[in-house]
Design a protein around this ligand. Sequence first.
Ligand SMILES: Nc1ncnc2c1ncn2[C@@H]1O[C@H](COP(=O)(O)OP(=O)(O)O)[C@@H](O)[C@H]1O
Ligand SMILES: [Mg+2]
Length: 333
Amino acid sequence: MTILAEADRASGEESMEWIIKSEELDKSFGNFEALRGISLEVPAGSIYGFVGPNGAGKTTTMRILTTLTRPSAGEAWVAGHSVLEDRRAVRRAIGYMPDEFGVYEDLRVWEYLDFFAACYDIPENQRKALVGDLLELVDLSHRREEMVDKLSRGMKQRLSLARTLAHDPQVLILDEPASGLDPRARVEIRELLGELAKMGKTIFFSSHILADVEDVCSHIGIIEAGELIMQGSIDELKLQLMAHREIVITVLDHAVAERVRSLVNNLDRVVAAEIITPKNGRARVRVDFAGNDLELGELSRRLVADDVLLLGFNEEERDLEHMFMRVTRGLVT
Ligand SMILES: Nc1ncnc2c1ncn2[C@@H]1O[C@H](COP(=O)(O)OP(=O)(O)O)[C@@H](O)[C@H]1O
Ligand SMILES: [Mg+2]
């Protein structure tokens, strides 16, 4: 977000630190606008989670970045190459894993990788070692003679990921790599993405589940109905969302709660305050607070100074998913 934008301006260079960058991408299918003004900034070396509900436009965006679809308007660059002008160079720089696993059922695991390595013009005498390395990386060495269609979904996803690595691309574009997997297989994919990032690859991957990307990503972009509604590093997004902290104040009864509500409503940094359902017979007030810790301490001091008997003064722990829900529900502006 702002910090990245400023760094970009300061460097005075066009798109050097963004390994993927798009400017105002639009895509229409007939009258339907699937993408509206998508401007992505994916820093080199990042693990960028591209998150949004089904139908938001994730696959369409990825198909543009991989040169499989042309945008109706706008432009994008991958590893410095234009997706409109220099499609071959873009394709060389990326490994793309589509959301559907292709049908190559009558191949063995090693043959499948050997086939794709051959497609990338890797000489025959190098392919054996390469296939061995790739299988080891995705932990499928013990399945090398297995027929591809006998693999579990999680293994197929890992095999598919290995395939995108055959030509040692700088950038991986992975469309919902964890979709349809059981929790254990999701963790395995996540760990694998972390390893690939350590090898210096930039990973741009999509998911419709925010919680899925939170642990592994350094950056996030959130797309909804064809528009990018947020983008930045995880830390920046958390900070931005944290500007709206949720404090629950517990007091003896409803009358005290009323007094607390009207009191805090007049204080700086309080965005809103409302009485919520009692818990264990105690009245509670929830405060949407936009201040730092010092200001939060000040808030509790004011209550005490006004003779409010505080039974509880707690900040709700919130994960990214929860905060995001509040933002998109319009609770936070
Ligand atoms: N070839 C196409 N023709 C018509 N509509 C399409 C086509 N591809 C995608 N769409 C529509 O564009 C929207 C975005 O689709 P998609 O990019 O696949 O979303 P996501 O991957 O986020 O689920 C959806 O409403 C989808 O129905
Ligand atoms: Mg999709």
